[in-house]
Design a protein around this ligand. Structure first.
Ligand SMILES: O=C1O[C@H]([C@@H](O)CO)C(O)=C1O
Length: 547
């Protein structure tokens, strides 16, 4: 089946947390419409850029784009930006059932509100390894009152101005700012604005619900829970999980989960759904929605205070939840037993010419003006740095526990070129930031693939010891995974999808500050590129050549 969508992208005043702000909307909404399809369907999205002075591009997060690498929506990597007034058509197959999302992949535009969910159903007659009566979607986000331009300018300035903690947390695009708090910008705050009435999830007592939960936050790791209800985790990033029960779930930006919840509590009242910041010292109020037990009135507030969530700095609890996520026993696709190449990436905060940046093995990523996919396929020269980036760092002598003795790094647009069909291990190694006694949590997202999560560890990864601890039995496959403070995360994937794929920290400001990289594999196998992705940088020539 073909699923056709038309997205008109435009700025509108919105008050998602009661505070009025210009938001990037799709067809007037933020979050945008949910894309609903069945496994194997072709999704066609006609994106019309109605932003007067701003480009755009949309990434279909978790969709592997097999055979359509030009539809991945990564500006500078797989396409030129969509200019104001233009319409760009994304066309791709959703090859695997599950829960995914979409969002802007241009500058810091995602945090302006351009995002939504993708739900892909199993084929008719297929049975999932769990059952439920109803299917509901939840997308959580963090929200700032300053514009993304303000934020981006601060990040690139000397002195550096960080985006800071969000003003609000949104559940399905709704939150609540305390209007009596000092504002970071001028603006109208109105608690009775219908834009910010809480999201409501109505449940019928005794019924079982599948909640699909996605996090599209720009900065925050969140902890989600339904007051008084356990959740059984059954899906992660489109893969079935060996079920495990939690009271609350840690969600890193770019991750999706499905949880099963039974409406089996006292039916005479409503309950809170809540999100709290974890992994950074929070200064943002709990985000809330209402779990409404029918036939109570949906606006009847629960008689309790919303759950405050776990201790924000209890890294061990979050680490343990990460390691608890395993493939469902009936759906294990074992990883290749060995890898052909191991890339070890030291994640550090650095300085370059006085700017604060993030780097991998001391190289901070910069996007070229001609997308890699076009440059590689059409052999355009001098578009990006051709010297390969480093495969590792000096792990014998580097001290990950202290601020770097030499914080300086270099910036580069170089990429990792992979042998087609080879197996690649990536070890993400965390370290101390430029502030003493601080190591942050980074959610890493890979485009175009699912990787096996081979393991997590604390301290420094030692190849001679830690490879032996990899999970070859039932590792979950995901597209986004956390790197915990002072720890390491090991991934394995097959470079079997011809194209050019981003791999980056899903924190919007961190990718903007250089925390990312690009893999190329089998670009010679990529089919004819659509002209609609061209037109910027050196690719201008390709369009005008045949006039
Ligand atoms: O990139 C970041 O910069 C700040 C801080 O490290 C420096 O102000 C912060 O918390 C980040 O995540």
């Amino acid at each position: 089946k073909i699923r056709h969508y038309r997205f008109h992208v435009a700025y509108q005043y919105k008050s998602p947390d009661c505070f009025q702000k210009l938001s990037v909307t799709i067809n007037g909404q933020s979050p945008g419409p949910t894309i609903i399809a069945g496994q194997g369907d072709t999704v066609v999205v006609e994106v019309n850029n109605g932003l007067l002075t701003e480009n755009t591009a949309i990434h279909w997060h978790g969709i592997r784009q097999i055979g359509t690498p030009w539809s991945d929506g990564t500006e500078g990597i797989t396409q030129c930006p969509i200019a104001p007034g233009e319409t760009f058509v994304y066309k791709f197959v959703v090859d695997r059932a599950g829960t995914y999302m979409y969002h802007a992949h241009y500058g810091m535009q995602r945090s302006a509100g351009l995002y939504g969910m993708i739900k892909v159903a199993v084929p008719e007659g297929a049975v999932e390894p769990f059952s439920y009566d109803y299917d509901r979607s939840i997308i959580v986000n963090d929200w700032w009152h300053k514009s993304t331009y303000d934020q981006a300018a601060g990040l690139s300035s000397i002195p550096f101005v960080f985006v800071g903690e969000p003003q609000s947390l949104l559940i399905n695009g709704r939150g609540r700012f305390n209007c009596s708090m000092p504002s970071t910008t001028g603006g109208v705050c109105n608690l009775t604005n219908p834009d910010c009435s809480p999201s409501v999830f109505t449940v019928v007592p005794g019924k079982t619900y599948r909640f699909r939960i996605a996090s599209v936050t720009s900065l925050s790791a969140l902890n989600f829970g339904f007051e008084g209800h356990n959740m059984t985790v059954v899906e992660a990033d489109g893969h079935y999980v060996k079920p495990f029960v939690v009271e609350n779930l840690n969600l890193y930006s770019g991750e999706t989960y499905s949880v099963i919840v039974k409406a089996d509590q006292d039916p005479s009242r409503n309950y809170w759904a809540s999100v709290n910041v974890v992994a950074r010292k929070p200064s943002t109020a709990t985000g809330t929605a209402i779990l409404n037990y029918y036939p109570n009135h949906p606006s009847k507030l629960p008689p309790t205070t919303p759950p405050a969530g776990p201790q924000w700095d209890d890294t061990i609890v979050r680490f343990n939840q990460s390691t608890a996520i395993r493939a469902h026993p009936d759906h294990v696709e074992p990883p290749p037993p060995t890898s052909d190449r191991t890339i070890i990436l030291l994640n550090t905060q650095n300085r370059i010419d006085g700017h604060t940046r993030w780097a991998l093995n001391n190289v901070s990523f910069t996007l070229p003006h001609t997308p890699y996919l076009i440059a590689l396929k059409h052999k355009l020269k001098h578009v990006f740095d051709s010297k390969p980036p480093p495969e590792s760092y000096d792990y014998r002598s580097y001290d990950i526990q202290s601020i770097p003795s030499n914080p300086n790094a270099t910036s580069s647009s170089s990429i990792y070129r992979l042998d087609f069909d080879s197996t690649v291990d990536v070890i993400l190694q965390n370290a101390n930031t430029l502030n003493p006694n601080n190591s942050e949590t980074h959610p890493w997202h890979l485009h175009g693939h699912d990787f096996w999560v081979m393991g997590y560890g604390t301290g420094k990864f030692d190849p001679s010891v830690d490879v032996a601890s990899f999970n070859l039995v039932d590792p979950i496959q995901k597209n986004t995974v956390p790197l915990h403070p002072y720890g390491w995360t090991a991934l394995r994937f097959r470079a079997d999808n011809p194209g050019v794929w981003a791999f980056h920290c899903h924190i919007e400001s961190h990718f903007f500050m250089g925390m990312g990289m690009v893999f190329e594999e089998g670009v010679e196998k990529v089919g004819r590129l659509p002209r609609s992705i061209m037109g910027c940088g050196e690719s201008k020539r390709l369009i005008t050549k045949n006039l």
